[in-house]
Design a binder for this molecule. Structure first.
Ligand SMILES: [Zn+2]
Length: 237
């Protein structure tokens, strides 16, 4: 019942979003049937936000090995080239790699984006907390993030968002816009690291699935709005 209500609310904002089960069945099926990948030899990496609320979303694909965790606050792959190299070295012989990545955004039954009810909490909280914090800071025209050892990930995330600042603030829904911008940042970094680290892989193919995770209420499936599905031949990079 609640799942069905959320289905309507989520699809008003993200018409192409699929729930957890549909997402895993759809994309694992594509890998197996359209790309002849052996699912029993796939190592997964994730680049999603550290937030505990995203843990269930990474179990969409729990038939795969892993995950190798690349993401920090906001879902940015903070492990960098060293992390991509380590991941490359861990893939099963004659297997392949799968990288699931993207930012997340909460939604309530009232359709409020950027918010959600967390387990056993009466009031809504922000989701993604890191992105909503960044948004509240970027709304102040005089604000500029200062990199520091003690808050490195948040400051770096805010710095990466600076080129999108005007576009985000001018949008009808800045919470959604900052999430879309973060998707672009993560997608670009994953592609860059793959290119610079391609010789570290002992396999030919890497599957990418990027998009936006939509967090609903506790006990209801999360949704995923895919933006990129591709099977990359590493020697073509
Ligand atoms: Zn988050």
């Amino acid at each position: 019942m609640l799942q069905r209500k959320f289905d309507e609310v989520v699809k008003q904002e993200f018409p192409n979003a699929k729930d957890a089960k549909d997402t895993s069945i759809h994309y694992l099926g594509k890998m197996q049937i359209e790309h002849q990948l052996d699912i029993s030899k796939v190592l997964m990496a994730t680049s999603v936000c550290s937030d505990d609320i995203n843990v269930p979303s990474t179990t969409f694909f729990n038939v795969l090995f892993g995950p190798f965790v690349m993401g920090g606050l906001g879902g940015i792959p903070f492990v960098g080239q060293t992390g991509m190299t380590a991941f490359a070295h861990h893939i099963p012989d004659n297997g392949s790699a799968f990288i699931f990545y993207g930012p997340h955004i909460g939604i309530t039954l009232e359709g409020d984006l950027g918010k959600m009810y967390r387990p056993r909490m009466e009031n809504t909280g922000n989701s993604c907390g890191a992105l909503m914090l960044a948004l509240s800071r970027l709304e102040n025209k005089n604000y500029a993030p200062v990199l520091s050892d003690d808050d490195y990930q948040q400051m770096k995330l805010e710095e990466s968002l600076l080129p999108f600042r005007e576009e985000i603030l001018a949008s009808d829904n800045p919470s959604k816009a900052i999430t879309e911008a973060t998707y672009e940042i993560i997608d670009k970094k994953i592609h860059e690291y793959l290119k610079t680290c391609k010789n570290e892989f002992n396999v030919d193919k890497v599957t990418l699935l990027g998009g936006i995770i939509i967090n609903t209420d506790h006990g209801v499936d999360d949704y995923f709005d895919a933006r990129n599905f591709e099977v990359i031949e590493l020697n073509s990079l």
